[in-house]
Design a protein around this ligand. Structure first.
Ligand code: COI
Length: 354
């Protein structure tokens, strides 16, 4: 499959100036990928100038939220690359989400080719400082114009891109335990990457911010004891010198960064354990000094250390204010692999488009 790149798209990249201040997901690359699904098949995949899309008000996505997305990055630190990190895993997870949301799959090769082409076309506008990247956002939504509740018969697939810096502006974050609202339930859509899961976390995000914290820590819907994840990233911690993270259930999104860290940790002589981790066990381990570090991990967040975990009543369980040694080593090893400075545990992880 060949992506058709419009000459105007190449011109748009040439005319683009990368601002010095990036933030996360604010600056948009001047190009995007677009394809349509109709009558059981995908159209050509086209790389075109970034711009508005036209839809009628009855497009099903606007009423029933039939939508999925992914997040991955293209790296060009010091002018090397562009490098892509495990894009096939994003393609597979995208199709997992598509099945759950009654949407058509995008062939893995098409997805990966589109991501490669967009990265190559944008090579000159990928930021060059460590921790920065071109954040790629593939997404798909239903476009059929009808109000009946049934799966759409037409869809649009797109990839937009954003030259981005850190997701969190501070070095470490504060996390608020959510003990009443629920993000995802067994049998629901929690382990599909669909917009509704993120929308379901927004009301809690308002309270989290109001109380002075950065992310909400979600517990399982049934027992309200097991740690699941945060609103936009997975949770992990160091207990008894081991990397511990909640085992994946059908209400936790299986993070590619999480999975990669579990494979990188043993290279740093760090044992890993995926298990049912209760909030009580975490709190006890912090109080006893056995939990020495905790962190958020995800494509956007990379690895961001957590300096405290708090209750809504103001109780705070404190960890070190400065990033801990294991979080620092893991983050550095991950970035060294993603940014092309260190060999990855599996040669298929990093694709050099340079
Ligand atoms: C990502 O890490 O790519 C996500 O989709 C999470 C979102 C909070 C930006």
């Amino acid at each position: 499959m060949q992506i058709k790149t419009a000459p105007e798209a190449l011109q748009a990249v040439e005319n683009f100036t990368l601002p010095d201040e990036l933030g996360f997901g604010r600056v948009m690359a001047p190009v995007m990928v677009e394809a349509n699904y109709q009558d059981g098949k995908w159209s050509d995949f086209n790389l075109v100038p970034y711009g508005p899309i036209s839809m009628l008000p009855t497009a099903k996505v606007l009423h029933y939220g039939q939508e999925i997305f992914e997040g991955l990055k293209s790296y060009r630190i010091g002018g090397n690359g562009p490098f892509l990190f495990r894009p096939d895993q994003n393609a597979k997870r995208f199709n997992h989400s598509a099945r759950r949301m009654a949407m058509p799959e995008v062939p893995v090769e098409h997805f990966v080719e589109a991501v490669k082409e967009l990265s190559k076309v944008c090579a000159t506008i990928i930021p060059r400082r460590s921790g920065e990247s071109l954040y790629l956002r593939p997404f798909m939504f239903s476009t059929e114009e009808a109000l009946g509740i049934k799966p759409s018969d037409s869809f649009k697939f797109m990839i937009v891109a954003s030259p981005s810096g850190s997701y969190f502006s501070g070095g470490t974050i504060s996390v608020l335990i959510e003990r009443s609202a629920v993000r995802a339930a067994p049998g629901g859509t929690g382990n599909a990457k669909t917009g509704g899961n993120y929308a379901a976390a927004l009301e809690a995000a308002i309270e989290t911010k109001k109380l002075g914290h950065d992310q909400t820590l979600w517990l399982d819907a049934i027992t309200r004891k097991n740690i699941e994840e945060m609103s936009g990233m997975n949770f992990a911690c160091i207990i008894d010198n081991k990397l511990v993270t909640p085992a994946i259930t059908d209400s936790i999104l299986e993070g590619i960064t999480r999975n990669s860290l579990l494979k990188i940790a043993p290279l740093l002589d760090l044992q890993v354990e995926e298990k049912k981790l209760t909030i009580d066990e975490l709190i006890a381990a912090i109080k006893e000094g056995r939990c020495t570090e905790a962190f958020a991990c995800g494509t956007a967040a990379i690895l961001t250390p957590i300096h405290q975990i708090a209750e809504k009543d103001g109780t705070v369980y404190k960890l070190s204010k400065a990033p801990g040694p294991k979080s620092t080593a893991l983050r550095q090893a991950l970035l060294d692999i993603q940014e092309g400075r260190r060999e990855s545990p599996d040669p298929s992880w990093v694709i050099n488009l340079g």
